[in-house]
Design a protein around this ligand. Structure first.
Ligand SMILES: [Zn+2]
Length: 241
């Protein structure tokens, strides 16, 4: 039995159980299934040009996925953009120099767009984590000058665990992690920052609700393809590295 048939069967069963409401649910779910959103949001940390070439070969040449920016894919999931069929995005977490050096030349050669999850501007200016591994704010600004090919995403102001802040009831700090990263990256790039990438994928429903007041979509580290029935503020990703 194919996955799709299995899914339809499960929906029908759910509809039967739900009785009268089930018919509406069935219609909605069938509409989503026919809409057929198929989106792989790929997560990359340290990488090599060979790895990026292989990712492009597998997704474009073999799987025939269209490379898109995650803001576009989020709009497809929300029904605001026409569905181009199977899609994928490459999302570089943390903005390391290694990613810039290894991936950008390959992406330019293949003319493929990519997204970059940047930690706060002040955090980067103040020396980041002290390891000298991160890209400079000047470099991030330079890359962002080509918004058709490069999307900058917020990776919070200081890369703190948002669920931990929530647990300690540090709501002001939690808010500043969501707010200042977006504001400063918008000022740096002159582009709207509509995506939030939670550090370590850590969020909860309340955090996602807070994030939704500023951002159009959120990225988790829950593995898998993005399904149209999931929370747009908690999209799944597939880890490359
Ligand atoms: Zn990170």
């Amino acid at each position: 039995m194919s996955e799709r048939i299995g899914r339809r069967q499960a929906i029908k069963t759910a509809a039967a159980v739900a009785g009268g409401l089930g018919l509406t649910l069935l219609k909605l779910e069938t509409a989503y299934a026919e809409q057929g959103v198929n989106y792989a949001a790929l997560m990359v940390h340290f990488t090599s040009s060979a790895q990026i070439r292989e990712v492009l070969r597998q997704n474009i040449t073999l799987a025939r996925r269209t490379p898109v920016l995650p803001s576009f894919a989020a709009n497809v999931v929300l029904g605001n953009e026409d569905n181009p069929g199977p899609m994928f995005s490459i999302i570089f977490d943390d903005c390391y120099k290694n990613q810039d050096e290894q991936a950008i030349p390959v992406l330019r050669e293949w003319e493929v767009p990519s997204a970059w999850a940047a930690i706060g501007v002040d955090w980067l200016k103040n020396g980041a984590d002290g390891t000298n591994r991160h890209m400079s704010v000047e470099r991030i600004a330079e890359l962002s000058e080509d918004p058709e090919k490069i999307e900058i995403i917020s990776h919070t102001t200081t890369h703190r665990d948002l669920v931990a802040l929530w647990g300690k009831e540090k709501l002001e700090e939690l808010n500043s992690e969501l707010e200042y990263s977006q504001r400063d990256l918008q000022n740096l790039t002159g582009q709207p920052i509509t995506g939030i990438c939670y550090p370590n994928g850590s969020s909860n429903p309340q955090i996602r609700q807070l994030a939704a007041s500023r951002y159009a979509y959120g990225l988790s580290t829950i593995p898998g393809l993005v399904s149209p029935t999931e929370d747009i503020m908690n999209m799944r990703r597939i880890r490359v590295s």
